[in-house]
Design a protein around this ligand. Structure first.
Ligand SMILES: NC(=O)C1=CN([C@@H]2O[C@H](COP(=O)(O)OP(=O)(O)OC[C@H]3O[C@@H](n4cnc5c(N)ncnc54)[C@H](OP(=O)(O)O)[C@@H]3O)[C@@H](O)[C@H]2O)C=CC1
Ligand SMILES: CC(C)(CO)C(=O)C(=O)O
Length: 296
């Protein structure tokens, strides 16, 4: 199967190297020509605990042989998706597309831009950190869960339960997305506000209380059961050493995905007439930090 991965950041590099190990014919689409040249010359180096493996991958800063691709995996940040949608709107034929973003709302947007393309939603519970243009560290072993969003029920990637890169198929992807949204609602803004790794949310008792308070608002808005606390704890433990993607964005003074995570939950709460003061507080706080680099 020929797979193009759009976006060579942490998740793009991680996914490209593992799919290549699994035997897929992978093409990686970078934003810059320089990054593509580096990857073509030296390959991708994947670092895990005590191990380092390099794999040759073909990279380019534009999509080549569009019609011969079986699948595109989009690993751009949420705020880059609009540009991607506009670039490919009204262009046919389009291959199957799998979106791996955190947050919600992007699949509805994709559907309106690509009404005839088969769309898949995916959630990622791995932790990954891009160390340089061609090197990624797998900081937490999780899984990728995929489900149909629109148009096709055939699995775009083979299901595999093998660690360190399991790919699982969900028949209720919306539920899986809500569960992941709950994790990101709690972990991402709090780690970004306190400047701590994911694991410290649990090991510092004072922070732990805030994690739980935010979780309570989240399950109310998303109509999820109290038992989801176990899911939140499991992902935090699996990615304990990881800096959340939002913490990294704040540190690097980039935009965050706050609107697709906390903003989405606040809108949902508003529609349901719910009072979500802690969610609202962290939303405003992240917006404040996000603007800091831009305004000063
Ligand atoms: N990292 C993690 O541990 C996890 C991340 N996720 C989610 O996965 C998604 C991706 O995150 P992550 O990989 O960390 O983000 P990164 O910022 O590391 O990667 C995004 C990549 O997209 C590239 N890009 C931007 N514009 C274009 C373009 N026009 N064409 C091609 N590439 C482009 C960026 O390039 P450049 O840097 O050159 O601008 C960057 O390399 C997010 O939604 C995130 O929330 C989910 C779970 C865990
Ligand atoms: C799973 C988790 C919380 C890993 O850090 C993540 O999704 C992120 O950082 O955005």
């Amino acid at each position: 199967m020929r797979v193009s991965i759009i976006g060579a950041g942490a998740i793009g590099l991680l996914t490209a190297s593992h799919l290549s190990f699994q035997g897929y014919d992978v093409q990686l689409i970078t934003r810059t020509k320089e990054q593509a040249e580096k990857i073509n010359e030296y390959g991708i180096t994947l670092k895990t605990e005590g191990q380092s493996r390099t794999v040759p991958i073909f990279a380019s800063n534009h999509v080549e042989n569009r019609s011969f691709n079986d699948l595109w995996i989009i690993t751009l940040k949420q705020w880059k998706l609009k540009e991607f949608f506009r670039d490919w709107e009204n262009k046919t034929p389009l291959p199957q597309m799998l979106f791996l973003q955190n947050g919600m709302g992007h699949l509805e947007a994709a559907e309106s831009f690509f009404p005839s393309a088969p769309l898949f939603a995916g959630i990622v519970t791995h932790g990954a950190m891009k160390l340089d243009e061609r090197t990624v560290r797998h900081t937490g072993i999780g899984e990728i869960i995929i489900g149909t969003w629109k148009g096709s029920n055939s699995i775009p990637l083979m299901e595999t339960h093998t660690k360190p890169f399991p790919i699982l198929w969900s028949h209720d992807i919306l539920k899986s997305m809500k569960q992941k949204l709950l994790v990101n609602l709690v972990v991402n803004p709090l780690t970004a506000l306190y400047g701590v790794n994911n694991g410290e949310l649990l090991t510092r008792p004072a922070l732990n209380k805030n994690v739980y308070a935010l979780f309570k608002e989240g399950i109310m808005a998303l109509e999820l059961p109290e038992g989801e606390w176990g899911t939140v704890l499991r992902v935090i433990q699996q990615t304990a050493e990881n800096e959340s993607s939002m913490l990294r964005d704040i540190k690097q003074e980039r935009s965050t995905e706050i609107e697709s995570i906390t903003g989405y939950v606040l809108k949902l709460g508003e529609q349901k007439g719910l009072h979500l003061p802690i969610t609202s507080f962290v939303h405003q706080s992240i917006l404040g930090l996000e603007r800091r680099g831009k305004d000063e």
